[in-house]
Design a protein. Structure first.
Length: 98
């Protein structure tokens, strides 16, 4: 993951990371430009699912992106996967090709 310094636009390095929740990680970052030397804290959060997990955690819910192919044929594919019905779209695709 490439993160730029908000002040000078140079590349930044993640120094430490700490899990806040299943969906959010807090990072401390350091600008690599020695003339800037800014250090700051940022958050990374999972906000939308593009392709559902093949091994979904039942405690995790990340809404499907409206642009996800999986959103075209199900109101909530991830909830359906948690209930083991219907099969995962990728699993169906693998079986269809064999
Ligand atoms: Zn900087």
């Amino acid at each position: 993951m490439r993160i730029k310094c908000p002040h000078c636009g140079s590349a930044a390095r993640i120094r430490t990371s700490r899990r806040i929740s299943d969906l959010t990680v807090e990072h401390s970052l350091q600008c690599q430009n020695l003339d800037c030397a800014h250090t700051w804290v940022a958050l990374t959060s999972a906000v939308r699912t593009i392709a559902p997990s093949m091994t979904p955690n039942p405690k995790v819910y990340i809404p499907l992106s409206p642009r996800s192919p999986a959103a075209n044929n199900a109101q909530d594919k991830q909830t359906a996967l948690a209930l083991d019905e219907p099969p995962h779209p990728r699993a169906m695709a693998i079986h269809d090709t064999g």
